[in-house]
Design a protein around this ligand. Structure first.
Ligand code: ADP
Ligand code: MG
Length: 367
């Protein structure tokens, strides 16, 4: 079903936003730290019309949302009863714009996406950014791309109930597939950097659902806040010398050590590093996420180890929050698909079922 079939009229406007993969800087954004995501070539597209134009028995004063991926339609009957599920992200975007003083009419919203959901590639932020871009376009709103990211984050926190940092929305709003985006999540200072030399990015799903992701994520967040309080700083980003974390009790010591070393790894990349060194930093990041932050699972570790010992792979790590989901590797340019096919066979022999999400993202891809 396309927009016209669902809502009885063609859309008035549409906008898109990409998913993202984070190369380095995992679990640092809610510690005011540094991240290095890049956009992936999968997108979410949002088409908009006015409810007052719609036919087909829809209520003209209500919002109506349709997701092609879910083949599901949700109508907002009462704005005092916020919806759950996918509609909460869209409704959240509309409500945060209203709270910021903009007048938003009742909308018909059609969503379609090629971003795998719930894999750590940030389909949620892409949905928010695409929705906000489409509304900005429809109503000519004077908001910039950073504000789009901030409104998206507010929508996700207050309406979808996910205590997320700003990375995903900033990446979806500001990154492209030809660069990596260095972002300081405290100051929002950012820089688009070239991908490491003669390398491309490969993303593989471990086949393991992120089952404990939200409870584990909230627990890690709380541990980091406690560690920062004990050390007398606003956020762990304020610690640069890892020795300072040694006075903390366990497990806060290991949690803080991950955040501090991870921030330092991102800052090293900012100085300019070879693909080989970038890969070593990714490997160190995975070890830290596995041992200190404890957000990996055996399947992800197996997949990452297989990648790390394959020739042509500079480095590999889990990506996103962990507890399942995807891993990312930096590989020799042109080798992504071959390496992925080879690795997935070995991964199968180990008893798992993985899937290629992004076969070869790099400069060759952009050309
Ligand atoms: P991720 O952002 O890593 O993909 P999340 O759990 O944060 O995982 O977000 C996934 C959720 O976002 C989905 O369960 C759904 O509610 C919403 N979502 C994202 N894209 C779409 C879409 N195209 N259609 C409907 N809902 C979507
Ligand atoms: Mg998300």
């Amino acid at each position: 079903m396309d927009f016209q079939q669902v809502f009885g009229k063609p859309p008035k406007t549409e906008a898109s936003a990409p998913g993202r993969v984070n190369l380095l800087g995992e679990h640092t954004d809610y510690n005011d730290g540094f991240v290095l995501p890049t956009a992936i070539p999968q997108w979410t597209t949002v088409q908009l019309g006015l409810s007052s134009d719609a036919c087909g028995g829809l209520h003209l004063r209500q919002h109506h949302f349709y997701s092609e991926n879910f083949n599901e339609q949700v109508s907002i009957l009462d704005i005092n009863h916020p919806p759950s599920g996918f509609a909460s992200y869209i409704f959240g975007c509309i409500e945060v714009l209203k709270k910021a003083g903009y007048t938003i009419p009742s909308l018909c919203v059609y969503v379609k996406s090629s971003i795998p959901m719930g894999s750590g590639l940030s389909s949620s932020a892409a949905l928010e950014v695409a929705t906000l871009r489409a509304i900005r376009q429809l109503l000519n709103l004077p908001i910039d791309d950073v504000e789009i990211a901030q409104f998206g984050q507010q929508a996700e926190i207050h309406y979808a109930g996910v205590q997320c940092g700003i990375m995903d929305q900033m990446a979806s709003s500001l990154a492209d597939t030809e660069h990596i985006l260095f972002l300081d999540t405290r100051t929002l200072e950012r820089r688009l950097m070239p991908l490491p030399d003669k390398a491309e990015i490969l993303v593989i799903h471990s086949g393991i659902p992120r089952s404990l992701a939200s409870s584990g994520y909230n627990q890690r967040r709380a541990e980091c806040e406690e560690a920062a309080r004990s050390l007398g700083v606003k956020a762990l980003r304020d610690i640069t010398d890892v020795k300072v974390t040694e006075k903390l009790p366990e497990p806060l010591r290991r949690r803080a050590r991950h955040v501090v070393t991870e921030d330092n790894r991102v800052l090293e990349v900012l100085q300019g590093v070879s693909s080989k060194r970038f890969g070593e930093l990714m490997n160190a990041s995975h070890a830290s996420l596995r041992d200190d932050y404890e957000v990996s699972v055996p399947g992800l570790d197996t997949l990452v180890e297989l990648l790390q010992k394959t020739s042509g792979v500079f480095g590999a790590k889990l990506t996103g929050a962990g507890f399942g989901g995807a891993c990312v590797a930096l590989v020799a340019a042109g080798e992504g698909r071959n390496i992925a096919t080879h690795i997935l066979e070995q991964y199968k022999q180990a008893g798992y079922n993985g899937q290629i999400l992004v076969p070869s993202l790099g400069l060759s891809d952009a050309a």
